[in-house]
Design a protein around this ligand. Structure first.
Ligand code: CU
Length: 152
């Protein structure tokens, strides 16, 4: 019984000691500088691929912005036309009911928004064709709550 108590106390002291040691270590060494350096290297290594997918802040990439208002049960913008390679930004305003805006082929989906909710999604139109964006709530899509993204 007694040895158990002693063991628990010893373990407790070791844990506390280790904790204090780690804390003082963190404060003593300039760990933030090191981690920032590591992040910097990672970022510069990632930059080429990021540019390829044109998600970075490159100025030569066109950003086409569209506003889509949703209500029961339609989108006011039925057609969005862009060029392949464009960065497409869709500002989805939900004005009535509960809706979202989903575009499967580009992995785009807003959260389910209540009336008055707004969400902006952005993606690169990296494939040509016609794609349907729609509301995934209930049977809204079947009821006509959809539109067409045309990438030329
Ligand atoms: Cu809907």
């Amino acid at each position: 019984m007694n040895s158990k108590v002693i063991a628990i106390v010893v373990i407790g002291l070791v844990v506390i000691g280790a904790g204090v040691f780690l804390l003082t270590q963190n404060n003593a060494t300039p760990a933030t500088d090191e981690s920032m350096d590591a992040a910097g290297i990672e970022e510069s290594m990632l930059t080429p691929t990021a540019t390829d997918s044109s998600q970075s802040g490159e100025m030569d990439q066109a950003v086409k912005e569209f506003t889509v208002n949703g209500d029961n049960f339609t989108f006011d913008l039925k057609e969005i036309k862009v060029k392949k390679g464009d960065t497409v930004r869709i500002v989805f305003n939900n004005t009535e009911g509960t809706h979202d805006l989903v575009l499967d082929e580009f992995d785009v989906a807003t959260k389910m928004l209540q009336a008055g909710g707004t969400e902006t999604v952005e993606f690169v139109a990296d494939q040509t064709g016609e794609f349907e964006y729609y509301c995934s709530v209930g049977s809204h899509r079947q009821m006509g709550m959809k539109g067409t993204l045309i990438v030329e």
